[in-house]
Every structure is written in structure tokens, then in C-alpha cells.
Write a protein that binds this ligand. Structure first.
Ligand code: ZN
Length: 266
């Protein structure tokens, strides 16, 4: 039997509790969006994982209630997402000051290092792996970590106005959790959409597809050339890599389409 890993994602603050504010932004909104994105990434891209969240929207939940819910749900790990304030800058993470067990420390290390791996590419400084007597860390029964993502009272917080930056931070949190538990990625299904082919290039691509047996569909472009939609491929499989390599190495334009985009193409 495959065991399912249960991850509890806790977006700090909410409702009447805005958390810290600064630069025209409220902590509760930033952390809610990071949590939502992190949840989405874990739930859609990884196998054998179940997620729960303290809040999906702007509601107030007390600190003890957050811990109680994670405990009652039987979470394997708890991750609380916050932004800092008080005249500093950068990223830091916390575990409960009362724990010394190696799993909690390893969990903090893995999440911290993945998140910092993202932030360091954006000039965000590492304030270190810390411990504190925070209620959500103290009252949760499972391994738990709290991240403090940049300072509301420093202009660096406005980086979160860029959705790509925010999603990058959320993805780094998700990847840290996934790495700690050894979660496998779900196979990703794509199609390869090509440019238009004519003459020798058309014969070459046609040959390749008949040789490999990769499924394809084609249509005539406005200039009379033939455009291919090749797939579906599982990106983890060799035939995908071979086909992509073939097109790239010949200098043939191509791009990847999701199954939904491929359906529109037809
Ligand atoms: Zn906070």
C-alpha cells in the first residue's frame, strides 16, 4: 500500500488580524496567496500527497485552533507562512524552541534551503534557521516549521506584487516539502506543436514520426506548409526527450502545449 503524506499549510493571520502592514501591503494577503499557490502546486504536480489549509480566504482563525485542526487531521507536517516586520530584511525560518528531534531539524533545513535557493537568486538575504516558542509550532504534534518571508516594512516586500515572484516562493516551499518526503512528480502530459514544414524538412519530420511511431495530427498552414501536433507525451519518458531533441537539433521551431491547449488546436 502506498502511504499518503498529509501536509497542513497554514497561512498566517486573516480577517480582522491583518498581520504586519507596510508598503501598501498586508501580510495576511501575501501569505494567503503563497499558501494557495503552494497548495495548488503540491496537489496538482505531486503524487501521494494530501493537503489541508487553515484558510483559503480572508478569515480569522486563532493560533490554537490552527494547531488543533492540524492535529485532528493527522498531518504529517505543518508549515506556517508569514512575512516579517520590525526593521530588517531577508528570509528566516523557525522551529519550536522546545524540540531537538532530528526530524524537525531536518524538515526545517530542507524547507529553508529550498526557499533560500529561490530567494538568493533575487538578492534576498538569509537570516538563518532559528527556533522560537511560537504557539502553532508548540501546539502541533507533528514536525512543524514557520517561514518569515521578507519584511513588510522593507521595500523588498513589493517583490510579491509580481505574481511570478510569489509563485516562485510558493513553489520553493512546495519543493522543500516534496524533497523532505521524497514525493514523486506526477507524469506531465504534453503535446509538441511544430512550425510549418515543406519540402525536405517535411519529409524528414514525416520519416521521423513513422520511424518512432509517435502519435501525431497535422494541418496545413496559411502558406501551405504542414504543421504537426505530436503526442501525447509523458515528459518523463524517453520518446518525448528524443522527439524534442530531434526537432531542436534540426533547428525546427516547436513548443509544448498542455492537453487543453492541444484540444483547442484541433
Ligand atoms: Zn505573521
Amino acid at each position: 500500500m502506498v502511504s499518503i503524506v498529509k501536509i497542513y499549510i497554514d497561512a498566517g493571520h486573516g480577517g480582522q488580524d491583518s498581520g504586519a502592514v507596510g508598503n501598501g501591503l498586508q501580510e495576511k494577503n501575501i501569505v494567503a496567496e503563497i499558501a494557495r499557490q503552494m497548495n495548488q502546486i503540491l496537489a496538482t504536480e505531486y503524487e501521494n500527497v494530501q493537503t489541508a489549509m487553515t484558510r483559503m480566504d480572508d478569515t480569522f482563525v486563532s493560533l490554537s485552533e490552527r494547531a488543533n485542526r492540524a492535529n485532528a487531521w493527522g498531518a504529517d507536517a505543518f508549515i506556517s507562512i508569514h512575512c516579517n516586520s520590525g526593521g530588517g530584511k531577508g528570509f528566516e525560518s523557525y522551529r519550536y524552541s522546545g524540540v531537538t528531534d532530528s526530524r524537525t531539524i531536518a524538515f526545517q533545513n530542507t524547507v529553508h534551503d529550498h526557499v533560500m535557493g529561490f530567494y538568493s537568486q533575487h538578492g534576498i538575504v538569509d537570516r538563518g534557521k532559528k527556533s522560537a516558542n511560537y504557539a502553532v509550532l508548540r501546539e502541533t504534534n507533528m514536525i512543524a516549521v514557520l517561514t518569515e518571508n521578507l519584511f513588510m516594512d522593507n521595500v523588498e516586500i513589493t517583490k510579491f506584487n509580481d505574481l511570478n515572484f510569489l509563485i516562485g516562493a510558493a513553489r520553493a516551499h512546495a519543493e522543500g516539502v516534496a524533497a523532505f518526503f521524497g514525493l514523486k512528480k506526477k507524469p506531465q502530459i504534453v503535446y509538441i506543436y511544430t512550425g510549418g514544414f515543406a519540402g525536405n524538412a517535411l519529409a524528414e519530420v514525416h520519416d521521423y514520426l513513422f520511424r518512432t511511431g509517435d502519435g501525431f495530427d497535422c494541418k496545413r498552414g496559411e502558406d501551405g506548409s504542414i504543421i504537426f501536433l505530436i503526442g501525447p507525451f509523458d515528459t518523463s519518458q524517453q520518446n518525448f526527450k528524443d522527439c524534442k531533441n530531434f526537432l531542436d537539433s534540426k533547428g525546427h521551431y516547436n513548443k509544448l502545449l498542455s492537453p487543453e491547449e492541444a484540444a483547442d488546436w484541433r
